[in-house]
Design a protein around this ligand. Sequence first.
Ligand SMILES: C[S@@+](CC[C@H](N)C(=O)[O-])C[C@H]1O[C@@H](n2cnc3c(N)ncnc32)[C@H](O)[C@@H]1O
Length: 471
Amino acid sequence: MTIQTHQASELINNGFMSSSELKSYRVDQELAKFFSAYEVEKKPIEVNFRDLVDWVPYSDSYTHYIHSYPAKLIKHIPIFFLNSKILLPESKSLVLDPFCGSGTVLLESLLAGHSAIGCDANPLARLIARVKTTRLEAKELHRTKASIMLKARRLRKVIPLNVVNIEHWFSKNTIKQLSQLYRSINEICTGEELEFFLATFSSIVKKVSYADPNLSVPVKIKPEKYVNIDIKERMSNKLLELKNIDVISLFGNQVDKNTNRISLLEKVSSYDVTANVVSEDARRITKSLDNSAELLEPNSVDFIVTSPPYAGAQKYIRSSSLSLGWLGLCEEKSLRDYEKLNIGREHYSKSEYVESIRFGLADIDTFFDEVEKENPLRAHINSNYLKEMESAISEMYRVLKKDKYCVIVIGNNEVCGRKFETQKYIRLLAERLGFSTKLVLVDDIHSRGLMTKRNKTASIINSEWILVFKK
Ligand SMILES: C[S@@+](CC[C@H](N)C(=O)[O-])C[C@H]1O[C@@H](n2cnc3c(N)ncnc32)[C@H](O)[C@@H]1O
């Protein structure tokens, strides 16, 4: 029997089921249907995750909007799986997201009463993920905010950080105020509080820069580029306002918003742990971020849910570059150094792709044989992406417990006018590594960052493929 939304509230009100039991019941009803259909047909099933978890709002909830991040996963997908008793029979399980980005999966795992660990190559993502999942006292945050703002306004001598092309991106007035805030935050705060204020500081950096807010990678606003008169005028006004913007007050407002978000975590009774970001590379999952940390034990994770990068489509480091500079993260490492760790990167020197990468799988190899004739760089970008994804999947297999599940959310792509069936290739590689495919779902994408302008050889990705594997 399927329980409808109106019957659900009756069951809860009459004390027959708790709301979390009811959510699990509804999810498992659907999941059981999908599993049986897939077992018979072996065909992808079209779904709409927003309908499957219709109790979840579309908009902001908890700390999800503490900081923007490109290609965030819609929270409905992890919520669906994390509420399943078929996939996670124990109430306190360890969930891993090896490409955790801004921490959508980590936060939802904690909200569902589990504990969570993540990895990400982007230090900004790691900071946001930690802040998003850490409970802090609102009262303390308000007090500290007042001290930071007071001190920032009083600071006279401030040295701006090593931000590439700083005067191209910020007005003199903005550079001064951002420098005052950065120094004040670092002098006043420590530990988790420091991370909260730095993440909030970072969340306003792009807003006070000359970077076009409609594009995820920084490109200076050019009003003349807009055909629409209203947008053209809005952009010209924005450029003027940015010259004398009150950055410190804007920071104060953003702290208030983020403090409200953080305070919602206090109300969740099952939320008693913090998520750990344990590694900067999904291909080497360690116990902690420490450089000398040991590998995470094999067979230690109960569930994996992740949305890995796409080949050649996301520019995570470039889109975070202004924040990385202002957070002092480009002092020792350059953006190029950060990029090298990124699966799906696009920059390779000729010497890096003299040798072709092949997989011993006809479907994949024939594709690359064709592309290589036309565009060796594109062939390398995509074949190296698959090779690196293969080692990340092998690492997922290593740390996952036997009989447990791994959910990978991925989309197809286009390379040199040909369809690059990422989901199919990932499936072939995962199966070769020992996973069995239990379910394939497809959902239309309604919103994604970084999907604006892309070059001719890669086209818009319009569906999410949800691959459910079992070890
Ligand atoms: C699609 S995004 C994940 C978004 C995330 N689910 C969220 O909601 O914010 C993919 C992430 O993979 C990260 N990434 C790329 N290469 C990586 C690697 N070698 N190890 C770990 N993370 C990596 C990128 O930095 C990016 O944050």
